[in-house]
Design a protein around this ligand. Structure first.
Ligand SMILES: [Zn+2]
Length: 250
């Protein structure tokens, strides 16, 4: 919940227009009030609240905190998300200055502080992945970022700065979250470690390699607290497998 969600909004706006309704999209919160977000800066598909107030002819979507389209709020509990059948489509980031293509490959071993712990592949597996391939490995983040051995650090103070750095990457290996939504929006090839808490059927993209390993082969568990099923799923995603998927992308 956060940047990734707001990038998914831009994908939904694009899908609406490409489906045949050319009107700008007003993004409404759960009370029906038009929203804005810094990641939508320069996006011609999304109507600003000011434009809506002026009477611009818009189409609307409801998407914001407490009303994300992939969450089934009626069945969600304090410890467990439930999901709808909604699927993300690649978003757009108009306000990102693009870097020239470079040789580095981004890894992101951290998940954001409020994310479900079940999105964490585990430090040792990230380290094993980096050790398997001789690449110009890069981690992004502020100066205090804990780094894997064998990676160099491109300091990025903000999410937008990290997006700029992503545009120069050959590829990335990412947990499910904001960075993988940004990679999809920016067209960066990636291997995305899903595990079993969320499914690529909701928040995945066809242009990525999505590693999803639920025990029953279908349903994400949605657990927001540590889950053995998710831990086993992460253990089934071997660093060797991730490395071989990554090599296919390079
Ligand atoms: Zn689980």
């Amino acid at each position: 919940m956060g940047y990734g969600d707001e990038i998914m909004v831009t994908g939904e706006a694009r899908r609406r227009q490409e489906a045949g309704d050319p009107r700008p999209v007003a993004v409404l919160d759960r009370h029906g009030t038009p929203r804005r977000h810094p990641l939508w800066a320069g996006n011609p598909r999304i109507a600003t609240p000011e434009a809506v107030a002026r009477g611009l002819d818009v189409q609307t979507i409801v998407n914001g905190p407490g009303c994300r389209p992939y969450i089934d709020y009626g069945r969600t509990t304090a410890t467990c998300w439930a999901y709808t059948n909604w699927r993300a489509t690649p978003g757009e980031l108009y306000d990102i200055e693009r870097r020239k293509p470079q040789d580095y490959v981004i890894v992101e071993p951290h998940i954001k502080a409020k994310a479900s712990p079940n999105k964490d592949w585990g430090w040792e597996r990230w380290q094993a992945l980096v050790g398997r391939l001789d690449l110009d490995w890069v981690q992004l983040g502020p100066p205090s970022t804990r780094l894997l051995d064998g990676v160099r650090h491109i300091e990025t103070a903000t999410f937008l700065a990290a997006c700029r750095a992503l545009t120069g990457a050959r590829a990335a290996v990412l947990p499910e979250g904001g960075p993988h939504h940004a990679a999809a929006a920016l067209g960066v090839p990636a291997v995305v470690i899903f595990g079993a808490m969320t499914s690529p059927a909701n928040t995945g993209y066809d242009l990525h390699v999505n590693l999803y390993e639920p025990a029953d082969g279908t349903s994400p568990c949605g657990m927001r607290v540590p889950c053995g099923h998710c831990a086993r799923a992460m253990a089934r995603i071997e660093p060797e497998t991730v490395a071989s998927h990554l090599e296919q992308l390079l």
